[in-house]
Design a binder for this molecule. Structure first.
Ligand code: SAH
Length: 258
């Protein structure tokens, strides 16, 4: 009997965001692996065993899940949002690349989920409506100067930027430093969106500008979208504003900034 491993994205929050494919993959699994709070989102099934682990133990978790699947079990590893975005899918691939040959023979599937930047963007309009990129501000797995270079490049190239992992207890200063870096390239009035715990009961989405960003609190459950100099805020009576990045850049403007 050959085992099976599904790397499953749970989406940003409650069950509404779980795709039908993800729900089926979870229902099929004999064993579930993942960060404890993510596993808690998966409804309990008597026939399943669960192996919660800490946030920082991704490599060990991936190896354990592969080892378990190689024994013939149907295993699911869960990530919040999409597993391919700063999450378990790459950790599983890394372990397969470095691990025993038996792991390459396993049936491995990756089941996409709604990633945080899309959930936050959808709350507010279309801030990622034109070219954009995503950056993790965590310097746990890459040096800070690399992050600074990428922030500079993204802002200079005119991308809207989705900032994942803005803050954690172990990384208190990085977010303020990233904002300061972006100010070097972008107008003070550039729109910023802070989306916290989107898709969960304590969701909070706020719109601000680059010059006022220091007044907004970001934490581990926050995703920040930084607009471009074309991104617009549309105020609406009695409703929250819309934020969007137009899909057209007039030729004259492109030539002026080249
Ligand atoms: N795989 C996840 C991202 C993991 S990195 C995904 O695709 O969404 C963890 C970071 O994702 C957090 O620090 C935060 O920036 C963002 N994030 C995850 N869930 C979120 C949510 N519900 N609301 C806002 N941001 C979220």
């Amino acid at each position: 009997m050959t085992g099976r491993l599904a790397v499953v994205g749970l989406g940003p929050g409650d069950q509404r965001y779980l795709t039908a494919e993800a729900a089926a993959a979870l229902a099929e699994a004999h064993a579930l692996y993942g960060y404890g709070p993510y596993l808690d989102r998966v409804p309990a099934r008597a026939s399943q065993s669960r192996y919660p682990s800490d946030n920082r133990e991704e490599a060990a978790r991936a190896a354990e899940a592969l080892h378990h699947a190689a024994q013939g079990a149907s295993v699911a590893v869960v990530s919040g949002g999409d597993p391919g975005v700063f999450a378990m899918a790459a950790a599983i691939c890394e372990q397969i690349a470095a691990g025993p040959n038996a792991w390459r023979a396993l049936d491995v599937v990756f089941v996409p989920g709604i990633t945080a930047m899309l959930a936050v963007a959808a709350r507010i309009g279309a801030p990622l409506g034109h070219d954009f990129c995503a950056l993790s501000l965590s310097d746990n797995l890459k040096p800070w100067p690399v992050i600074e270079r990428r922030l500079d490049a993204a802002a200079q190239a005119g991308f809207a930027v989705a900032l994942y992992n803005p803050v954690s207890r172990a990384r208190p200063w990085q977010f303020a430093s990233a904002i300061e870096r972006l100010r070097r390239h972008l107008p003070a009035r550039t729109p910023l969106i802070f989306g916290r715990a989107v898709g969960r009961p304590d969701e909070r989405v706020t719109v601000t500008t680059l010059d006022a960003a220091a007044n907004e609190a970001a934490d581990m459950a926050t995703l920040v979208i930084v607009g471009t100099c074309e991104t617009r805020i549309v105020e609406r009576p009695g409703r929250s504003p819309l934020v969007y990045t137009p899909r057209t850049i007039p030729r004259a403007m492109a030539e002026a900034s080249a």
